[in-house]
Structure formats: C-alpha cells, structure tokens
Design a protein around this ligand. Sequence first.
Ligand SMILES: [Zn+2]
Length: 711
Amino acid sequence: MHLQAEKLLFSSHGSRWKRSLMPIHTLYCTSCNGCSDIANTNKSFPAKNGNSFTITTPLYYVNAAPHLGSAYPTVAADAIARFQRMMGRDVRFITGTDEHGEKIATAAARRDMTPQEHCDDIVASYKHLWEKLDISYDAFVRTTSAAHESLVKAVVHRVAAKGDIYAADYTGWYCVDCEEFKDEGELLEGRRCATHLKPCRWHAETNYFFRLSKYQSDIESLLRSDESSSAPSPSPSATSSSLVMPHARRNEVSIFVTKGLKDFSISRANVDWGVPMPDIGIQIPGSKKDSVEGLQTDSSHSEKGVTDSGRGKEAQQTVYVWFDALVGYLSGLLQCPPLSSATAAPTSSSPSTSADIAHVLAAHGWPADVHVVGKDILRFHALYWPAMLLSAGLPPPRAVFSHGFLTKDGFKMGKSLGNVVDPKALVEAYGADAVRFYLLRENVFGQDGDFSEVALRRAAGTVLANGIGNTLQRSVAILDRSFGGCFPVDSDSLDANAPLRIAAEAAGAAAMAAYQEFRFHDALEAVMKLCAATNAYLDNQEPWKKIKEDESSKAAAGQTLTYVCEAIRIVAVMMHPTTPALSERVFEQLGLSSKEWRWEGVQWGGIQKGSAFPSPSPVFRRIECEMVTMPPAELVSIAQGKTRERKGRDGGVKKEGEGKGKRGGSKEGAKGVTEGQVRKEGESREKGARKEKRSKKEDENVEILDGTEEK
Ligand SMILES: [Zn+2]
C-alpha cells in the first residue's frame, strides 16, 4: 500500500521530498506542503479505456419512498446512458441507495422495523419504480452490502496511509437531518439549519477528520480546468469536460472554494447504523498535539495526537454517511463486469486494501464521466469527493452535473400542501414513455423546473399520440390495405434534396448535439420539428386521395406513405434515449428489428422495398385516465387557505412557495383553470414577502426543501 502511495506522489516542484512525522510512510513535497498537485499528474493514474462511458445517478437516501425528485435525475441519466450506448460506447450506468446514518435508524424505528428491514423495503420500491420507468442501469449499489463495506474500509486505509486522517475533538452545532456540523455563521436565527429550518443541537465528540484543506489547490485547478467554455461539453472524447456543470453552478462552487476548504469529520461517535471505522492506527481519544504547519483547520476542533498506540474507542466510531455513500459509486462499478477492452489489469471485483484498487477500477470504467446530482448535494461531489479520491490515489470524476428542482404547478412540493407527486402513480396512469418524455421535454435539465400533470397530458397527447402514433398508424393502414402489408419502394428512393429528407438530416444532427450536451429539451424540439415536417408533407401530398386514382397516382401515394414511415422510423431512433418502449413499438410496427439501437440509424434510407410489416395497431394509447395528482385549482385554494390561516395566527403572511420559472406549456396548464386565483395568490405572497423581509438566504433554502437528497 505504501509503495503504491509513494509511486503516485509525483511532484511538479521537483524532488524535494521529506518523510512526514507520521508513523505511516507518507511522502510530502516540501514546496506545496503535502504534495497536493496530484491532479496535474494524471499520468500517474491507470488509464481507463477511451471508449468507455461511466455515468451515475445520486445514490438515493432511503429515509422515504422514491419521489419525483429521484425519478427526474434517474430518467435523465438513463437517457444519457442510452444515447451513449447508441454512440457505440461501453457504458456503465450506476444507480443505487445510500442506506446508513442516524436518520435511517430513526425512520426504521418509527416503522417498527430494524434498519435493515426498512432499507430492504425502500430499496424494493426503488427497484420497482426503475423497472416501471424503463431505467437501464447496469448496477444498483446498496451501501449496506458487504462488498461496499469492505471497499469503504479500503479507501479509509488508503487515505490514512497518505496522512490525511487525524483525530480531533469537535464541538459545534449539528443538524441531524443534514448529518453535518454547521458553522455558526451559516445558521439562521435561533441556530436553525438553513436547509431544514430546524434548530441544530450542540454536539461534542471526538472524530476522525479528513484533511480537505490540503487539497485546496487541486480542487481550485479542477474547477478552473475549463473556465473558458460557457457551454456544458461532456463530449464523448471527454477531453474538454470541466468538473462542474452547468456553468452557473460552477461559479457557486468556485466562490465557496475561494473562502478556503476546511477539514471535515469523517466519522461519528454515536451513530451505530453505519460502516464501522476500521483500525487505522490513530488513537481516539488522545492528547499529543501534532499540528501540521500550513494546514487550515476549523477553529472549533483541535487536532489530537496521531500515534499508533493506545487505541481505544475506534470500534465505536462509524464512517460518516457521506464518506461512505460517495465510495458507493466505486462499489457500483465493481459490481459490473470489467470493460470488454480491459487487458492486463487485474479485474478481481473484490480488491484487497492494496495497490491494485486503482487498476481494478480503471478496468471497470473509473473515473466516472459524469455524476448527475441535485444542486443540494453538489458540494459533496465537487469538493469532498474529488479530494477523497486524490488522497486515495484515484482519479477524480470528469464531470459533476447539477440538476435543478421541480415544483408542482408552481408550488413547492411538500407535506403541508399535500401536493407531493408520486412517480409510481404517474407511471401507472400514463406509462413510462409519457412521463419520461414530459420530464425531459418540458424542463431544461440543469435548471429548476415545474411539474404539471395538465402539461404532461397535453405533451404526450400532442407529440406521442398524434405527432408520432397517429401519423404512423394512418400511413401504415393505407399501405396495409393497398399494398398488401409491404412497402412498395425503398425509402432511399426519395430525392436527396427533398425537403422532408433534408429536415430529417437536420433533426438528426441537432438531436445528437443536444443529447451530447444533456440538452434534452432541444433534442426533443428537433424531434418535434421533424414530426411537424412529416405531417405537413403528408397533408400536402394527400395520399388518401391519390390512392383511389389511377395507377401512377397510386404508386405516388405508396411512395409518400413509405417516406412518411421512414421519417417516423428516424423519429423513433432519435426518441430512443427518451422513450425507449415507444421507439420499440414503432420499429415493430414497421417490421424492423429493435434489438440494437445505434445512432447511425438516423440516416435516411432504413426501409427496403418489399419488406413486410404487421397489421396496424396503435403504438401509443390515447390518454383517457383521470388525473392522478392534485388539480391546480385545488392546490391554489389549499395554499390560500394555509395563507389565511397563518395570517390569522401570526398576524402576517408566510410564504408557502414561490412560483418559479416554468417553460411555456406547464404555465398555461395551471393558468387555464385558475388564472385569477393564481394571480391573486401571487400578489398576496409577494406582499407577505415584503412584510416579512426574509433574508435572501432563507428564501433560497425554501426550494432546497423541495424534497431531494437530505440526510
Ligand atoms: Zn439540516
């Protein structure tokens, strides 16, 4: 282990090394006080195959059943994974659950279950939902698995071997929901957590700390790596990727980093439900001081002696849930088979604590090309995680993409309004394709968005049922009746300069560029343009009239209908990352194999003369079910009731939720029903906001409560 650690410690400052005072053989570069320039020496990391693409969703915290806030990024990550597979890349798509921590133990106790029973139950509901939503993950990692636990311990050992762990007393304000110590300065009045608005409790314990401060310059350089580019560019080559996307989020993180990174506690003394802290030869408690010059530490904790004698209470410490969970991405990769191209590197899926972890992980597709995360957990992924990896001698992720939160009809989702959207009910009512299409088409990935069931019904009805389903069925029905269930011509017989063919080529190129940059709404805009061009062509050619005329008119009608089917075939290829089941049904209807999806399929000319197709049947069923979420009108009246209630009680108006920016369709949905009410509600909320003069910070935090990752 030590040999490997030393091998990785190349210094750009020359060879002025000295051995640290630690009992562990760690080398320090005297110029940068800790050799924190590893990020710039990528040559020292084993390279992964250039054709591989690794993507992760957050590992969802199992304190409650999955909600829309977990379905949304998972659908988006699935679309990226499917697109990259279509591009011929060796994809590893990791999802899973984060199952440790005090909050889980409490949630289990409330349900009269053991923590493990509780986790198993919630995990089953996640897996069920992902199946319903057609999520094509390669591995589902659980942080309570034995393999994960041993990997966490291995990483702790590697980090300790680097001299990056020390013991210290910590006293401070602790938020149980965040599982995090808070700086006095970031608390609200009454020492309330700015995220959870609940009072923090005073906490004093001895913990192990990770020297995050040592990696200040590494993190700065990772964030700087692509400052010049304003557009997200997770291109397949991955050479121009920047660590944090989109750009606005990168700025937020950069500002935070310039204030100085502080070491953070990576163990808990009184949390039993977690990975036991392994014996790293550092005493808790202890007294001998061993402060390392130049390292910035939080003033509220004091470093303890670092010695391999007098071990006492280590066994009672468990690994901090974030340190544990982040390693889950590595565990997930190791559950997958090694990349097909992996050669000499050892490929054991259960590496020991020794040096081969780096090689094994590279052979399995590490580093991740992108971690998709909520904006509330960006800091853990963009700062803590890369530093942990560098410390462990592993390469940092190539990109962290932060998505926004969804409101419901303009209102924050929450228990008080009873407007939490259950993704399971949605998918049961509308099917995976409609839900996936709506989420990716009607929201800009990376920004805050809105969920409106009215808009979902309209989007699915207009595009999936009419634009694609109806157009295909009409065309195939005529071909079936008049040409015996076979295509009368090659679709390639259409002139290369025909407007429909040009439109299809333009749409394919636009959608590819958009998927590559996670601009799903733009990719689907390109699809809709092609649908519109196809329908215009159909209406213009009127094959249903020509089919009844002479032979040459009938032949022309046959050509028109074949070209329409070809355009819809291309639409199905472009839609595969978003609506995989619909794309398959379209291909089946066209008599084409839907086994393998390749992006090259967007090229014109996929239908052969004489090829047969089955009898016409709808590829997308019409939406006729009842609404399954709270109607906007009801939501507004409940919100008004709450506002009045609070006004009476407090003599002031408290905001229930701020209508946030929405894209066209969804806004209209709520408007149609309750325009007057919405406006009135908006006005009273505005007034309330002025009266109460809540701090900007507090307002921002209202949306953090939307219900994504909290621990
Ligand atoms: Zn909190």
